[in-house]
Design a protein around this ligand. Sequence first.
Ligand code: NAD
Length: 492
Amino acid sequence: MNAYATNASKTKVTALPGDGIGPEVMQATMTILKAANAPIEWETAEAGAEVFKKGLVTGVPRETLDSIARNGLALKSPLETPVGYGGKSANVTLRKHFELYANIRPVRELPGVTTPFSGRGIDMVIVRENVEDVYAGIEHMQTTTVAQCLKLMTAPGCERIIRAAFGLARAEGRHKVTTATKANIMKLTEGLMKRVSEKVAPEFADLKSDHIIIDNCAHQLVIAPEKFDVIVTSNMNGDIISDLAAGLVGGLGIAPSSNLGDRAAIFEAVHGSAPDIAGKGLANPTALLSAAIMLLRHISAFEVAEKVEQALFITLAEGKNLTGDLSPRGHGVGTAAFTDQVIANLGRTSNLPSRHYKKLELKSWPELTAHMEPGTRELVGIDVFLETDLGAEDLGKALEEVAQDTPFRLNGISNRGVQVYPSTGGQTFLVDHFAARFMLKAPIPLSQSTASGQPEISYLVQRIGAKFTWMHIEKLQRFDGKDAFERPQGEG
Ligand code: NAD
């Protein structure tokens, strides 16, 4: 992927000290990396609270974006998301700006960090798709009582995250990739990720692969977490299970993560800015240091990464000079003493867990993904989403009448995805937002002209609009003879 900015034998990395305890854990991390002779040259840049306070709503100044773009790499401390001032989350700004589509969260039992799961040998990585899904934030109120959020998942978006997961499994000498989806319910969106995974998996014949339904995945993560190796999943699923998994090995306070894109990678601690202990010299730098270890491996500085990781593991295992969050009440030391202890342990080797890492090879994607025209494309109907206080029977009769003398027939009406007309006898609770499905009496081929189907749709929608408030329309298409839409619950 990237040719990183180098100066002699050093790689340039943008450092974002961030907010709260951020500057303290960044200083500790830089001190340890310097002592380990890590081949990094830092370029410090601003983001977060101070930037918001200057009135920049993105929280990330242009110079910082330029620095990350130039270097292709950043180590980021926590950034506060403003409440009551400023604008968007600076973290989200960075993720979207650099299209950091892969969020990598290692979940590993740490020596000396005792949890109810200690001794189980938990050692997995969760690969979360980071930019698509319901997190695109495409939301609309449909009526005053009905909110809608679009869940957009794309074939290229699924393919790049699935490839990242398989590539990561190879780079870390892992054996299995589990794709976790809700494909049983959301057959088109979540199902797309499952299908793409099944298509890509044979290219990685050296790795095992399987699929698990996401709710069972959450269950298995608690029942038998040691059986997972790499889990790849969509944005919202990943958001939830990566925090769940972090809880198994000691919580968010010690968890690192990376956010990878084609042209930039940002490494960070998962925890926040801990305003309650900020400025007191008490923060634990383990999470940011672990993120820096991921960064070192990302730039193929494997030996230094191993040296720092072993020193950290030995420090945690021996339990000497740990920060307050990892020590029995009242026995913790400050950030500086912990940092010194890690440095003192540099160069020591132990029998603590270590893996053989290789460079993570990620495919580069074109900025504009190729449009794939199906062999045949037909319009077979439309769904019209409308607002009314009529009951299902009255609405059904009214819409049957509207469809008369049009190329469409009313196929049925649903309310929140459940068919309510013709009645199935179900006990559906009705809200004022219905989807009326009209099927064309004769499908219209869509390939010959961009206008095909438009007059028919306009005529029907005009007739509906004369009697009802409609919110939006979805075309019902058939690609290569296959329906490109789902049926409401209860439709025969
Ligand atoms: P938090 O993670 O900052 O704090 C939760 C608790 O964990 C606190 O008691 C804190 O003292 C403790 N803690 C966290 N990190 C620690 C460390 N390294 N060493 C010792 N103790 C530690 O969560 P929060 O209070 O919900 O969030 C505070 C701010 O951080 C908010 O503005 C939030 O938006 C921001 N935040 C940023 C990120 C990020 O930049 N990636 C992530 C989460 C929260």
